[in-house]
Ligand binder design. Structure first.
Ligand code: ADP
Length: 498
């Protein structure tokens, strides 16, 4: 083999990274660059498209200067999902700032569509909940903002894309305008059953199909980097949205396998195989990936505040200086002494979906210390994750037995043990916690034959530690009752008195 490495480009919400992987799936090097966030109004979040591109190019070129383009077998791309860009096909110039997934400016329009009765139809076609989170209403907004937007798009002058499309268009100097099924499934314009852009939805949102990218598989050569940028053409051979890439990087490739990322929030996906499972519990159905003509789907539930609750104890209440210390502090007491902490600091997401919920700490007594509250915060994270697991289990008709974990807060062994106890599930932490980038590297490497097949990847996936259930069932059931009651009491708090 002449080529020694795969580079994963991980275009995230706050930074762009390039990560070099070797044949064993080990991280050899990383380059990272942060870029500016723009908040023009309350609830609005934008990125400068040039910041996204330049930071991504910079970190790629940093890695290429060390590892030489001729030693790179392929590039895989993973990205912040849903974030929406529109640019001129001829010049490659963006016509508007990127509207980021967190941006809520189209919420009122979504409410209007709900009133018009679109919720069920949109869920049936796209697997999504009608919400401003997804790309469709953001793209419509951009077209409405610019002069003759619709006409220009119809004439083929404009391109729409999520961040993967934008990066690929730039890496190929405008030769390739494509996206993969996993990213397309987050636009609210994509029919996840027949894997095509949906004409009825395009019409609803006033988005001409001439501006849409082609749909690629998640693991295939979609184009080559321009020689001008990388000295040598390198195949771009893997694309997946960040959470789907993490699911692949965790090698959750069989139906029923499930991963959770514990970062600021939590992002959970269960693989549902070739079947779209329609959620009865407000989870999202999404395309996990398409490889070799085979599509795999996922069921997804997100939690807004997880590690961020620990951050708040650190910064807001000054309980400790470093999030890491939460483990020792919480371990200094045997239990929470009856304290429950619902970390609904910015409302509750899956499966409760109550934007007016707010954080609540209940059961405080004279004996309560910061150790009890910290322990209750860790339990609050784990209880929330358990609520999503229960919903997934209900939708699947079967309870997964294992949870693969990644993200910053998984370093906390106590949290992992609590998770295992509360959810009665085996928690499995891999050695490589950069599963998002690893997934993108795997997808790219498979497409160019750097790795032969998924089976060989499964063999190299390495376990760090497993946490198994060791608590008595009855006590846990009782505590879940208290938790459910605490959640109820946190709901609709911020509009009390309206
Ligand atoms: P993101 O990618 O969302 O920025 P990371 O995966 O980097 O998040 O994880 C950072 C989050 O995890 C922070 O919210 C932090 O409070 C939390 N965190 C980090 N280490 C620990 C720890 N040892 N125990 C509990 N929480 C932690």
């Amino acid at each position: 083999m002449n080529s020694n490495y795969i580079i994963a480009l991980d275009q995230g919400t706050t930074s762009s990274r390039a990560i070099v992987f070797d044949h064993g799936g080990n991280i050899v090097d990383t380059a990272q660059q942060e870029f500016a966030q723009h908040y023009p109004q309350s609830g609005w979040v934008e990125h400068d498209p040039q910041d996204i591109w330049k930071s991504q190019l910079d970190v790629l070129q940093t890695c290429l200067s060390k590892y030489k383009p001729e030693h790179i077998a392929a590039i895989g791309i993973t990205n912040q999902r849903e974030t929406t860009l529109v640019w001129e096909r001829a010049t490659g110039e963006a016509v508007h700032r990127a509207i980021v997934w967190q941006d809520r400016r189209t919420a009122a329009y979504c409410d209007q569509l709900k009133q018009e009765g679109w919720t069920e139809k949109i869920q049936a076609k796209t697997g999504l909940i009608l919400d401003a989170y997804f790309s469709a209403t953001k793209c419509k907004y951009i077209l409405d903002q610019i002069e003759n937007g619709y006409e220009r798009a119809q004439n083929g002058e404009l391109c729409f894309g999520t961040v993967d499309s934008w990066i690929i268009f730039n890496l190929t100097e405008g030769k390739v305008h494509t996206t993969d099924c996993s990213n397309a499934s987050r636009t609210m314009l994509f029919n996840i059953h027949d894997l095509t852009w949906d004409n009825e939805l395009l019409e609803l949102f006033g988005i001409p199909h001439q501006m849409l990218p082609s749909i690629s598989e998640s693991s295939e050569i979609v184009g080559y980097t321009s020689v001008k940028l990388s000295q040598k053409e390198i195949p771009i051979a893997g694309i997946a949205g960040d959470q789907q890439a993490a699911l692949f990087g965790q090698m959750c490739t069989e139906p029923g396998m499930m991963k959770n990322t514990y970062g600021t929030g939590c992002f959970m996906i269960a693989n549902t195989g070739s079947e779209v499972i329609s959620s009865k519990n407000q989870l999202l159905s999404t395309v996990a990936w398409k490889i070799g003509g085979q599509v795999s789907y996922g069921l997804e539930g997100s939690i807004f505040v997880a590690g961020a609750a620990i951050q708040w104890l650190r910064d807001g209440l000054a309980f400790f200086d470093d999030a890491k210390e939460s483990e020792a502090l919480a371990s200094s007491v045997e239990d929470t002494d009856g304290v429950y902490f619902v970390p609904a600091l910015t409302g509750l997401a899956a499966p409760h979906w109550n934007q007016y919920a707010r954080g609540a700490i209940l059961g405080i007594s004279r004996g309560t210390t910061k150790a009890h509250i910290t322990r209750a915060a860790l339990e609050g994270i784990a209880f929330q994750v358990n609520d999503v697991i229960e919903s997934i289990a209900e939708d699947l008709g079967d309870r997964p037995t294992e949870l693969r974990v990644d993200g910053g807060a998984t370093h906390n062994n106590l949290l992992m043990q609590i998770q295992s106890d509360l959810a009665s599930i085996k928690v499995v932490r891999p050695k490589v916690l950069e599963t998002t980038a690893l997934g993108a590297a795997y997808l790219a490497g498979l497409a160019v034959g750097y790795w032969s097949d998924i089976e060989s990847l499964k063999k190299q996936w390495q376990l760090d530690q497993t946490f198994t259930i060791n608590k008595d069932h009855e006590a846990i059931t009782k505590r879940k009752e208290y938790w459910n009651e605490a959640v109820k009491r946190s709901m609709n708090w911020s509009n009390t008195g309206d």
